[in-house]
Design a protein around this ligand. Sequence first.
Ligand code: NCD
Ligand code: ZN
Length: 348
Amino acid sequence: MTQRLTIRKPDDWHLHVRDNEMMRAALPWTARHFGRAIMMPNLVPPVRTTADAAAYRERLLAARPPGSDFQPLMPLYLTDHTDPDDVERGFKEGVVAGVKLYPANATTNSAAGVTDYELIRPVLARMEKLGIRFLMHAEEVDPAVDVFDREAVFIERRLIPWTRDYPGLKFIVEHLSSKVGVDYVRSAAPQVGASITPYHLELNRTDWLGWGNKPYNYVMPVIKSEPDRLALRGAATSGEACFFLGTDSAPHSVAKKLAVVGAAGIFNAPVAIETYAKVFEEEGALDRLEAFASLNGPAHYGLPPNEATITLEKSSWTVPEEISVEGPEERALVYRGGETMAWRVVAS
Ligand code: NCD
Ligand code: ZN
């Protein structure tokens, strides 16, 4: 008997599609199965203001496939100089869905991020007052901190004090990557929630570095140890409301991924919900996929879940190796490209 699973339409609470040609190539892969997505603002230049977000939102809407009712949700890129009044205006106008912290130089296109945490206090206070969500690339960039410890140190140094200073503010640890992080988020829920990627559920650092350096598994936060991966699988498949889906699908051209200093990011949108289904099946938790993919995220953001549904079926297909992109970026390789996927979306 064919195995089938129908769940409410999922949302992606952490997605990069970039702009221009890459956006037009990448967005349809998410729009075909997901109801909404948080559209990461680390463009060049970044989406810093309400005006930037409104303009990017229009470009995203125009890049949807015909007939799609996919909804982009727009966070602002926090800088040392973000104006609390602009954040408030954008939120009240329904343009701004949150504010995203990139510590300066923590990841791709984060050079314009925050360098001095004292300067963002007025913005955080305003967000707390208005109920605006605070999305964080939760990594400490102090060069003295080991790259594998960046998440744990950020939680200790930044996040724990902020949760006390702003008790009414709701936080999201984006792309949670460690056991320390899992334990912390559990202990700090419901004030703190976390999105979890497909690749942090599937890969450990031996997969990345143990059999040759695989630049296509290079991502920020870096993929960690097997105990970290197991803790993340336990968290995602637990059904606990503080853990929800965020693919961090992040396309880069082949040239950028393979450069001497390679870009961080994995393009997984073409296999995202299918990969989560595989993980949940392996953990004997398919009955909890809907909570993780379609219910917990909206609840943490204070939004209703989608009414529509998607249906997955156990029937194999071969993942495309790459997508082609108009213009100089040319192509982006796909996570699991060329491999066989067991689950397929048959209705969405
Ligand atoms: C993301 C990107 O490419 O924009 N890269 C990544 O390694 N995850 C940025 C981010 O989310 O850190
Ligand atoms: Zn990301």
